[in-house]
Design a protein. Structure first.
Length: 361
């Protein structure tokens, strides 16, 4: 893997920093050797994020980062900003990276390769600008119904808000299924998953709406045909009821998941980036998912932001008692219990007419 630095200046500990959060926790495409964020300089990126030291230092400047990591090949834009615009203060750092021979990986809607000056610089210094969303921009795949041929157990993680940890929980479930001896494939639905190195990935919010269901169906179908997994795990983008980032409807309709896990942040009162809109009660989402998919969420997972470890576990106990749905705090308790529950329920649902699934389970 080639070494990469991640730019999060001033935003790492905000919801905008979710791309960097994902790369700090899991990265198979790039080896992350440092973050650039002067507000957190000299700290460890993992320890700052969730208390787990990962040996990824945070630097105050690009020059400082390069002096300690002279073999770095890439600068990754580690933020997802409202509207997908590159923060004005980042452009100078991007220019400095290119002049130092670093390629740039960008997941924003703002395509850096369309900037004439940055494109000129990249040619001059012989580096590449990768706009991840542009890779999927011209996807034109209609929905066909071939999702019915996918016999793997399909698991989707949705959330009560955007930037709430859906992808992180989904990756943890993917790993938990593998620990149970099942063959699991992960499908990424956003630009961060592509950056993390998952083979099966699309960026749903860069695809014309008419073709999103077809793109979802196609990536599931390819994963099934090429890998024949026992389980396919994915995650929604945005949130079912978020006013600016509504997401999950296409995933439920096109992928037709067998099980849905609902990620919830009890300490959040309003939608991400929109404090004027309050998040509806958890039971509203439970009912909505049941109406849309035909069944309640199989589990609820807790994002513990704004809570102590003890408070988050207490919330899990409370919600499980109130809803009757298994509830866990992934970053504290893991998700093995949820993976075992889904496996158990899948075995119970296998009929004589589905020998292939019975064999793999």
């Amino acid at each position: 893997m080639e070494e990469a630095l991640v730019l999060t200046e001033g935003r790492y500990l905000t919801s905008d920093g979710k791309t960097a959060h994902g790369l700090v926790r899991y990265s198979k495409r790039f080896r992350i050797v440092g973050l650039i964020d002067s507000t957190l300089a000299s700290l460890d990126a993992g320890e700052v994020l969730d208390g787990r030291r990962r040996g990824i230092p945070i630097y105050a400047t690009l020059d400082e980062a390069l002096s300690e990591n002279p073999t770095a090949k890439w600068l990754i834009i580690g933020v997802a900003t409202p509207g997908g615009k590159l923060p004005e203060s980042y452009k100078k750092i991007v220019m400095g990276a290119i002049k130092n021979g670093l390629g740039v990986v960008n997941g924003l809607h703002d395509f850096l390769s369309d900037d004439p000056y940055l494109r000129h610089l990249a040619r001059r210094y012989g580096v590449e600008i990768i706009d991840v969303r542009k890779i999927f921009y011209n996807t034109r795949i209609p929905f066909t119904g071939k999702i019915e041929e996918v016999k793997a157990i399909k698991v989707a993680v949705l959330g009560t808000d955007a930037a709430i940890g859906k992808r992180t929980v989904a990756i943890m479930l993917h790993e938990a299924f593998k620990s149970l001896g099942l063959k699991s494939e992960f499908i990424a639905m956003g630009q961060t998953g592509w950056m993390q190195g998952f083979r099966y990935a699309i960026v749903t919010d860069s695809i014309i709406d008419d073709f999103v269901p077809g793109a979802i169906e196609d990536v599931f179908y390819r994963a099934w045909i090429e890998e024949k997994p026992d389980v396919i795990v994915t995650h929604g983008e945005g949130s079912l009821l978020h006013p600016a980032f509504p997401g999950g409807f296409d995933l439920i309709a096109a992928a037709r998941p067998d099980f849905i896990v609902l990620q919830h942040a009890p300490a959040r009162e309003s939608f991400d980036d929109f404090p004027q809109y309050r998040i509806p009660p958890l039971e509203t989402y439970v009912q909505l998912i049941e109406l849309l998919s035909g069944r309640k969420p199989v589990a609820i997972t807790i994002n513990s932001e704004g809570l102590t470890e003890e408070e988050s576990i207490e919330w899990a106990r409370k919600l499980e008692a109130e809803t009757g749905i298994m509830t866990r705090v992934p970053l504290v308790q893991g998700v093995a219990d949820i993976a075992r529950l889904i496996t158990s329920l899948s075995r119970a649902e296998v009929s004589v007419s589905e020998p292939s699934r019975a064999e793999v389970l």
